[in-house]
Design a binder for this molecule. Structure first.
Ligand SMILES: [Zn+2]
Length: 440
């Protein structure tokens, strides 16, 4: 009797852990049941992926969906809709909301909320504060929790643990890898007086300079070495850190943002003004080139968007009143595919950075590779499709992207989450099916 599946993906080119192969994929009960399917197999639904690449469902491990917070900027439903339209099957959401996710009650609220309203699967960070250190060991084991996030330097929101004494207590509090925003808060405060309101937006990268980031990372690595607590350094933005972190591979993994691989100073401040202001800042060509070297020599473990929307009105304010943070959850996949087409990285390395990388760093269970038994999460990609990114395409309520006007070759044309098609050809399908990600 021929095999029967819930869903069959026929005629696609699959990015498997061991290489790229033309093969059919059979899905049963939300999981991959077979790679390589007989011609006579039947299915309730069949997707013809002729001419398309079938990737494991892509993961953006760094987004700020601002919920609870200002609904005119972003929410869980709109931000996850943006994610699937942009080709993502999973996002990990940051805790610096209003209020922040820092205790059992707020975590329980969010766990329940995202499983009703999310269009893609979702992992949740819990914020570390000086007050909740005794609870962190329990919080980091919560359902759907991808880890603790520590702001060692100030950014949006009121979460911060900046001093060595408290950072060490945080590191001694539990066991899982901790994700850090690494900028030295003392150096930021010390040098604030050097700048004034109304200075050019490019002053952002002078205030939050290379040494601010590098010093933050040196301090974190000294404490991580002392406590032996694994660290994940988010959005590494300097050549110095990328070199330095090579000596800490036993303890530290790291992320680079798509912005730091794509945009360069001073051009970004001339053209984008406040819409180019983020933390850590977009820097000069030397750091962009170093980031690409670190992509291609394996230093970098994950690529994220750091989707961190603000209203247009606020981004139009003079520096430094315009808040730092850019939208990106809907554009990360097209921009990365464009880099693949430009020859800056291979498609398999992109999948490593956006699937197996996050799975390894955060300990994801059942996602990150096309293999039997894994979640049937897929991103279907047309590597030849050409399209321009426009503000009008962005579904986040704030309605803008720093990549507006960029011509892209390579576009996500379908997303499947645990066997359920959630996006096809720029249309969101059905109802929100997102569930919390499982972590080991
Ligand atoms: Zn962030």
């Amino acid at each position: 009797m021929p095999a029967h599946f819930d869903l069959l993906i026929r005629n696609g080119t699959c990015v498997l852990p061991w290489g790229i192969e033309a093969t059919d994929v059979g899905v049963r009960n939300g999981r991959i049941a077979a790679l390589g399917v007989a011609a006579d197999a039947t299915a309730d639904a069949t997707i013809d992926a002729k001419g398309l690449h079938v990737l494991p469902g892509l993961i953006d491990p760094h987004v700020h969906l601002r919920d609870p917070g200002d609904k005119t900027v972003e929410t869980i439903p709109t931000g996850t809709k943006a994610a699937v339209l942009g080709g993502l099957a999973t996002v990990f959401d940051m805790p610096n909301t209003a209020p922040s996710i820092v205790d059992t009650e707020r975590l329980a609220w969010k766990q329940d909320y995202v499983e009703r309203e999310s269009w893609c699967d979702i992992g949740l960070y819990v914020g570390g504060t000086k007050q909740n250190i005794p609870e962190l060991a329990k919080l980091e084991l919560g359902r759907g929790v991808c880890g603790i996030k520590i702001f060692a330097g100030s950014s949006t929101g009121d979460l911060m643990v900046e001093d060595d004494e408290h950072l060490e207590l945080v590191m001694r509090s539990g066991r899982r890898r901790i994700a850090y925003h690494s900028e030295d808060e003392y150096r930021l405060q010390d040098r604030k007086h050097l700048f004034k309101s109304g200075d050019p937006y490019s002053k952002h990268m002078e205030w939050r300079d290379e040494e601010t980031a590098f010093l933050g990372t040196r301090r974190l690595m000294a404490l991580a070495s002392k406590t032996r607590r694994p660290a994940h350094i988010l959005h590494v933005s300097t050549e110095q850190e990328l070199e330095y972190l090579k000596d800490f591979r036993d303890l530290a993994t790291c992320e680079v943002l798509v912005n730091h691989l794509t945009q360069v100073a001073p051009d970004c401040y001339d053209t984008l003004k406040g819409f180019g202001v983020m933390n850590p800042p977009i820097r000069g060509p030397r750091h962009l080139e170093a980031a690409w070297r670190a992509i291609n020599d394996g230093t970098v473990d994950t690529v994220g968007s750091d989707h961190a929307p603000h209203s247009r009105e606020k981004k139009l304010l003079p520096w430094p009143d315009c808040p730092a943070g850019l939208t990106g959850v809907q554009t990360i996949v097209p921009v990365m595919l464009n880099h693949v087409n430009a020859g800056r990285l291979s498609l398999t390395r992109m999948v490593d950075l956006m699937c197996s990388g996050p799975a390894r760093v955060y300990g994801v269970v059942g996602k990150g590779r096309l293999a039997a038994g894994y979640n049937a999460d897929f991103t279907l990609v047309d590597l030849k499709r050409q399209r321009r990114i426009e503000d009008s395409w962005i579904v986040s309520p704030c309605g803008w992207t720093p990549f507006a006007g960029m011509d892209i070759t390579g576009w996500p044309v379908g997303v499947i989450v645990r066997g359920r098609p959630v996006m096809r050809d720029d249309e969101v399908l059905g109802a929100p099916v997102g569930k919390l990600v499982r972590f080991g």
